[in-house]
Design a protein around this ligand. Structure first.
Ligand code: FES
Length: 128
């Protein structure tokens, strides 16, 4: 039998604590948890197609969850990649979430599917 002084200290060090509790996308724990399905919300929180979106914080990321016109549920980053407006205030319409600031629209995967304020020849629109 070991004496109390010979036992290891069960308290995590500061570094160990940060290793297991930091869950951002660039952290070891965050990368581990992103390999699994995680329960994040109840389906009833998005009760109908094109209903208002809801805020969701998951693995240190602020997300916006929404239900599309055909009833599927997804989550995208909270901030619009254009100028950073919150997509929580977006309009959920016709299979996507439209940012209220300049009207860019995003599908369930987060892909931008409409840029109404960009000219047809814009490099933002064409990606070139
Ligand atoms: S900030 Fe969203 S479209 Fe401009």
């Amino acid at each position: 039998m070991q004496s109390a002084s010979a036992q290891e200290d069960p308290t995590l060090t500061r570094e160990e604590n940060e290793l297991v509790t930091r869950t951002g996308p660039d952290t070891p724990s965050g990368q581990l948890w992103r390999r699994f399905w995680l329960p994040a919300m109840l389906s009833s929180e998005l009760p109908a197609p094109d209903c208002p979106p809801i805020r969701l914080r998951l693995l240190s990321e602020d997300l916006i969850a929404f239900r599309t016109t055909d009833g599927r549920v997804g989550a995208v980053a909270n901030n619009c990649p254009h100028r950073g407006a919150s997509l929580f205030f977006g309009r959920n319409e016709e299979q996507g979430l439209r940012c209220v600031y300049h009207g860019w629209k995003f599908d369930l995967t987060g892909a931008c599917v409409d840029l109404p304020n960009e000219p047809v020849e814009s490099t933002t629109r064409t990606g070139r």
